[in-house]
Structures are given as structure tokens and as C-alpha cells.
Design a protein around this ligand. Structure first.
Ligand code: ZN
Length: 134
């Protein structure tokens, strides 16, 4: 990712937002796509997503792409948000025995990765279990 592209898109990195296809409802993260991957439509509406939902599946990544190597192992979850949108997100702030299908999770704002060559730190949302114990 080049510096100019990063600054142009910064509002998306700071918000849990994306684009919904006007025709089939498919959700596209962060950047406005040229064409819908599901139905080939070119019309999109910008949407903000609810900050909480339920964990529907998860997996532990032990051999990540090079730029995420320093964070391995880490967990990726399939999260169903309160409006029914399904997104993939990194999980954070949990003990392994807390992860179960169907638990409530919420978005937190965290560093996602350091962009090596320019030293740019990218921020974004990760999800963590909602602490209901008291
Ligand atoms: Zn579509």
C-alpha cells in the first residue's frame, strides 16, 4: 500500500464501515469496490456496521502472510453482527478457552500491522469477547 492511498482511505480504517451492494446486499470491507464480487453490480451504498455481534466460527493462524508473521499465532473469527452482516476479523483479548461458537463479541480499536517500508502503523478494528462476568 502506498502512502497516498493510505491517507486517502484513512476514514475507512478508523471506522467500522464499508459498502453494501444495492442489488444483492453483499458487504465489501473498507474500500468502495468497482464491481460486486457476487452479482457484478456497480452500485453501492456506504454503511456503518454495528460494533457487536456473535462469533460464528474461528480459526488459529499459525503460518500467516509475511507482514503478519510477528503476530503469529493469531485468531481470525467469522462474526455475525447485530444487523446480520458477516465479517472476518482478527480476535484479541481472549483466553483460548473463552472462544466458543455463539459467544458475544465487540469491536475494539487496535493496531493491525506495521507497514514495513514506510513505517506506517495501520489501525483498525479487532473483536474481543464481551465480558459478562462480574
Ligand atoms: Zn451484488
Amino acid at each position: 500500500m502506498r502512502v497516498t492511498g493510505y491517507w486517502r482511505n484513512i476514514s475507512f480504517l478508523y471506522r467500522l464501515a464499508g459498502w453494501k451492494c444495492t442489488h444483492c446486499g453483499a458487504f465489501h470491507h473498507h474500500y468502495k469496490p468497482v464491481i460486486c464480487r457476487r452479482c457484478r453490480s456497480r452500485e453501492f451504498t456506504q454503511v456503518e456496521l454495528p460494533g457487536s455481534g456473535r462469533l460464528r466460527a474461528y480459526t488459529v493462524i499459525r503460518s500467516p502472510p509475511k507482514e503478519f508473521e510477528r503476530y503469529a499465532p493469531y485468531s481470525i473469527g467469522l462474526i455475525e453482527l447485530e444487523d446480520g452482516t458477516k465479517i472476518l476479523s482478527q480476535l484479541t483479548d481472549f483466553k483460548e478457552d473463552e472462544l466458543r461458537d455463539g459467544i458475544r463479541v465487540e469491536a475494539v480499536f487496535r493496531r493491525v500491522r506495521v507497514n514495513g517500508e514506510q513505517g506506517i502503523i495501520e489501525y483498525g478494528y479487532k473483536f474481543r469477547p464481551v465480558l459478562s462476568r462480574s
